[in-house]
Design a protein around this ligand. Sequence first.
Ligand code: MCN
Ligand code: CUN
Length: 806
Amino acid sequence: MNEIARDPAADLGRLERLEGIGCARKRREDPRFIQGRGTYVDDIHLPGMLFGIMIRSPYAHARIKSIDTSRAKAHPGVHAVLTAEDLKPFKLHWMPTLAGDVQAVLADGKVSFQNQEVAFVVAEDRYIAADAAEMVEVEYEELPVVVDPFKAMLPDAPVIRDDLAGKDVGAHGARRHHNHIFNWQIGDRDRTDRAFDAAAVTVSQDMLYPRVHPCPLETCGCVASYDAVRGDLTVWITSQAPHVVRTVVGLLSSIPESKIRIISPDIGGGFGNKVGVYPGYVTAIAASIVLGRPVKWIESRNENLTTTAFARDYWMTGELAADTDGRIKALRVKVLADHGAFDACADPTKWPAGMFHVCTGSYDIANAHVSVDGVYTNKFPGGVSYRCSFRVTEAVYLIERMIDVLAQKLGIDKAEIRLRNFIPKDKFPYHSALGLDYDSGDYTPALQKVMKAVDYDALRAEQAAKRADPDCPTLMGIGITTFTEIVGAGPSKSCDILGIGMFDSCEIRVHPDGSAIARMGTISQGQGHQTTYAQIIATEAGIPASVIQVEEGDTSTAPYGLGTYGSRSTPVAGAAVARASHKIREKARKIAAHLLEVSPDDMEFDLDQFRVKGDPARAKSMKEIAWAAYNNVPEGMEMGLEAVDYYDPPNFTFPFGAYLAVVDVLKATGEIKVRRFYALDDCGTRINPMIIEGQIHGGLTEGFAVAFGQELPYDEQGNVLGGTLMDYFLPTAVETPHWETDFTVTPSPHHPIGAKGVAESPHVGSIPCFSNAVIDAFAHLGVTHTGMPHNAYRTWQQLLALNIAG
Ligand code: MCN
Ligand code: CUN
């Protein structure tokens, strides 16, 4: 072969110019954001725009005897006051939820949670609307309240959903009580029970993952603009799934989807809080259609924290059966899931408990059974948000806590018991007892790398010494988690939303000058898609990332996609991006062959050009090929250089990680200091290491917040406590510990570039790690579990109870 000597430095230069996969490319979106040039929904101002405000119930459960809107309507500057009665002629007073339930848009005869939507005032500006809202007189008759899901299932519990009277079947099968939503079971119960009967050792632990809220910096809102002459509806909205919103609005309004344009501009954090459709969106749209003027609705912080998609509220009981050497034989789980007054969880239709069945974790457990009951209470709806991967947060919390409980009972080291139970590398692809097919994993080296990095043995020795010293002012705890995530919803055969399969999409157009525009069905809320999608195209199609414009979030320009949540953008849309790039590349190959008068089979792709095999000096760059695509293509080929791809993944991807935390509990105050946190993540092929690290820092910080401070408790009257930032803990740089990050790379075998999602892993993996560390500090005193948040007050109470405070 006639190999021509190549210049490695020149190749390196070309590679660097591409800024492709693996490059720590700086975020393209940041210059705009840090200069205050972002365009969030509240930055949209349209001529003649009106402002809407929601009137909400002060009671958690009450019948509405009357609503008098006359004074408010007469107030100067007020254009409309809508109640359920006004929406009834349009059948807009109730709306479907993503979980197959219905939710009142405006209260229809009664309210079932505090701050439920009762009426909507539309006025010239926000101040007039707020004044008028005070003038709406609502007469309530209070009803008994139930906020405890166990009490909600007692025979004489108050009926929360009058509208479901007599319905003993819901969207997910039989209901066995008036406040029961569903029972969902998976796994082999008999085999699991038998494994428990035969086991040498069993452990059981109750645990609550409390109700929390992701609290994105930007609250939810929209601007709805209906053009009566053209019959067009445009909505700027804080949505993580703009195409889904278009379909829902189309179904509700009977306006054809072709006349509806949904635009998610910049989003100031989503974290799953912006997946659902909220009453405020519907009332703003209805008001715009009725009044013929644009209507803006933007939530306050309190409204956001007390009415839109909360997270968790899972009451779990875990049981493990094992040998005396700690080999796990079976897992049994029972859950009571508090969904609030309406089931508005954003799960794939088939799975009312999301991906909770990943709860066998990273462990080779032959037998498992899970039973989840969904329950109505007088609380606001939601449940699936906050970097949760559809309830994987709860699943990982359960299994990682249970492993520690078992280790404690058997007196086996908490790292050692994990190493004994890991799914071995040669068992992948691994079929779990609860029916999931793990694509790839390599757990042992990940945990060993962490143990080595932190000198695990030395830490345990230090802990033993401190435990032996009664005068030591601190209790030292070491927490480990070795979690498996499941992301990339999903294969359309198992995942859909409202009947639409959860594929995703990408369209790429290469312009004559070799630059390109790419559009996806996903939408960044801070994840840096503009930066990273361009890197995939750069590597896969040979176009420098710097000349690729990435656009998302406008349903009139982007191909249909299911949106960004469940860390699905990389596993699903990212795959579409790679495949669309390959389509571009294949057309480019033919054009290059035509230009060089050789057969396409004789061409090979080389970074940013096609060259002739065996004669690499003869080459055409992608830039030259792009130009030729518009003036000199092979006979019979269409002009232009563009591609569309709709990707329906064959499976989920299963990222994993090994985390380790060291905490010191101060006996004098109950304060807990996070001394060290080491996070090793494996998300397969890494597109942008810097963005990954940013995602991990963010997720760990949120995990820290949940573990140590966040909580949305209720009092007996159904008042939500913690609904303001005076009470709800948002950590700043002052409280946040220092994070150490690391990685291994185990590519996904079915993803076109081997990438798995990463964004939710740090949240999912860190929270049980913090809990395990805190509880480990007390383990030698016989403590097996304490609930979150692990704040100083609770810890102090525990120190007092154990007689070691001071
Ligand atoms: N990435 C990468 N290499 C990989 C995997 C991911 O470089 N192997 C990059 C991606 O290219 C992307 C980012 O990491 O830029 C996150 O990708 P991915 O894991 O696919 O997650 P999504 O983009 O689908 O983001 C969703 C996820 C969710 S579900 C929540 S909740 C959350 C999170 O993202 N919300 C966030 N991170 C957030 N970060 C910010 N700043 N704001 C939010 O609202
Ligand atoms: Cu569950 S929070 Mo994210 O999937 O948007």
